[in-house]
Design a protein around this ligand. Structure first.
Ligand SMILES: NC(=O)c1ccc[n+]([C@@H]2O[C@H](COP(=O)([O-])OP(=O)(O)OC[C@H]3O[C@@H](n4cnc5c(N)ncnc54)[C@H](OP(=O)(O)O)[C@@H]3O)[C@@H](O)[C@H]2O)c1
Length: 227
């Protein structure tokens, strides 16, 4: 059976990915900052293993990859993310300290994980690295504001797009996914889509991936998001 590793799987989109993959019989390696407090994750039944991973700690990413040496990972789902200034202030209101944390969490950590787990992915059947990006990272569609979040996700896209070229000969498919506006702590209660719908759509995209999809920035409905 296929294996998925999910980062930030204790709530929101990551939790729903863990739920749906476990329900489909996948082996799930569900990572989160604090497994002892992850009650909903702990309640998921199936072939699921919860591992501690704080993505701010880049050394911990390497350590977990070392611990899981020899484990084939079909889908590496880089989901953990933060949006510290969701009210989208103009440039004058930018919180530069929060920006550094967001850059570490949303950009540096996923890149570090993609590199640290590269062998795990290339030794699997499906060989997919999927990062949860955001449609709000599109430069073409950028209305202004929220410099922190948008820039870190745009930088994530740039790094993963680069990696898709660097890793091409390894047979991996690296994509960036836009989940839409989803009802989670980050998305808020008025968001358009439920986690169930969004994750089910993104799983279908992952399921149908082929080599031609390598390097794409894909919306949950399968269309390309303009860079
Ligand atoms: N919801 C939306 O509408 C939407 C739209 C576009 C993109 N996204 C992206 O989708 C992903 C998931 O978002 P969400 O809506 O599920 O947000 P959420 O409800 O706020 O959940 C965020 C998840 O990321 C984890 N996380 C944050 N920092 C972490 C760290 N340093 N190490 C490990 N885990 C960390 C959180 O863990 P803790 O509980 O420990 O904080 C939590 O599990 C994010 O990358 C987000 O940018 C969401």
């Amino acid at each position: 059976m296929a294996t998925v590793l999910v980062t930030g799987s204790n709530r929101g989109i990551g939790l729903e990915f863990a739920r749906q993959y476990a329900a489909s019989g996948w082996r799930v390696i569900a990572t989160c900052r604090n497994p002892d407090a992850a009650a909903e994750l702990g309640a998921i039944t199936g072939d699921i293993e919860v591992r501690k991973l704080d993505m701010m700690d880049l050394g911990a990413i390497d350590a977990l990859a070392g611990d899981l040496d020899g484990t084939a990972i079909d889908v590496l789902l880089l989901n953990a993310g933060i949006n510290p200034q969701p009210e989208a202030p103009p440039s004058g209101g930018t919180d530069y300290v929060a920006w550094a944390d967001a850059f570490r969490t949303n950009t540096m950590a996923p890149l570090r994980a993609a590199v640290a787990f590269a062998e795990h992915v290339t030794s699997s059947e499906q060989k997919v690295i999927a990062s949860i990006s955001s449609g709000s990272a599109s430069i073409e569609r950028n209305p202004g504001g929220n410099y922190v979040y948008r820039s870190t996700k745009a930088a994530l896209n740039l790094c993963m797009s680069g990696l898709s070229k660097e890793f091409k000969d390894r047979g991996t498919t690296i994509i960036m996914l836009s989940p839409g506006w989803v009802r989670t702590d980050m998305g808020g209660p008025n968001a358009a889509r439920s986690p169930e719908e969004s994750i089910s759509d993104m799983r279908a995209i992952i399921e149908g991936l082929g080599p031609e999809d390598n390097g794409r920035f894909v919306h949950y409905d399968g269309t390309d998001v303009p860079w």
